[in-house]
Design a protein around this ligand. Sequence first.
Ligand SMILES: *Cc1c(COP(=O)(O)O)cnc(C)c1O
Length: 446
Amino acid sequence: MSAEITLGMDSALSSYNKIFQALEAHQDWFANSIPLIASENVPSPAVREAIISDFANRYAEGWAGDRVYAGCTYIDEVELICLDLAKRLFSAEFADVRPVSGVCANLTVYSAFADPGDTMMALAIPNGGHISAARKEFNGTAGLVHGLNVEYFVFDRENWNIDVDKTKEKVRKLESEGKKPKMVMFGGSLFLFPHPVKELSEFFKSEGIVVCYDAAHVSGLIAGKQFQAPLAEGVDAVSLSTHKTLFGPQGGTVLSWDKYAEKIKAGAFPGTSSNHHLHHVAGKAIAFAEFLEFGEEYATRVIENAKTLAGALNDEGLDVLASNLGFTKSHQIAVDVTKYGDGGNLEKDLEKANIIVNRQLIPGDIQAGRHYMHPGGLRLGTSEVTRLGMRKEEMRQIASFLAKIIVKKEDALKVKEEVRHLRNSYQKVHYAFDTGTAAYKYIKIR
Ligand SMILES: *Cc1c(COP(=O)(O)O)cnc(C)c1O
């Protein structure tokens, strides 16, 4: 903490100044850290420029070219370009770039294809599922906000994937109980290997079940053609976040087929938003253009780096999960740290050394009585360090830093200096048309 915070006591000006001090301190910290949070990335200077434009202050309800507000000439131009780029990037017939987040993209899809009281099948959280596809009893979005009953895919923990045959059996059983799913949602937050979409979508469709895919995490890997292609494999709609492996501004998008366009449009507006975030539409358009040009190379490097980091951590003696399967085919790896502490405490120890990771529930945690605050695992992602230009050699260095803290319990301040030294050479984003400004440079326009 850089400033002394005295809530309730400061003058307005003093609070105002402390806010800017914190914003600057944060950027300086991240410029000297190793960011390994799998859901994060760093946008290009071009995306940052777009999101501080005046688009941020406007309204444009409705579809581009058919708005409820005046003043949208240039906003429409940019949104039409954004839609065109999204469709080309994902080979999709239809795209809606208005959802303001991945959760809103999911809600858009739920509203398009299911009614409250219907059943959806998704991945359970301890198997990698996300809270936005979870039950009401956990305050999950699907249950709490859209009233869906959630049933789980049968998950095979040996193979780190959905069990195709047992999932089919489960659907038939649910059907016999009068609880047949209206829709299924593939995808998840701990997402190491492509899901068996091709193997299951024909079955689901023959049962009259709508097939959706949550690509929040892996949208950049899909766009870069290094992961499965869910639309080509038979899904009806894809929801995604634009800021995880896809290095855009924070936001969501839905991809689908023309025959579902009107349902999805209604789900996005007015269903789950009134105004959407127009500056972020501009930022998405820029990130999509960057991805069309540089995405294949980027996604290839991201996955190569994840595999290298996993192998190097394994060599350092850490228990990287899914070792029987080569650790990962995505940007993520999961590490069982129960030999050395727990995910919550180790996350804090690593933060002191400027290594930013997040704790992760892993299979077996719930049975062992561990919970989300102190789970047995850590999840690491290579999207952001790859965006900064790091390659295999740097992954091996990062693995040694992690081992110094987790295994050898070395002094965090000493490791922090080594981290800063490594980061010195990686201050700019790669895989972009304009890379002049440092990635975490604080931009002052006051
Ligand atoms: C991150 C995530 C989301 C939510 O995305 P936001 O953009 O944070 O709202 C949805 N689904 C999955 C699987 C996720 O990992």
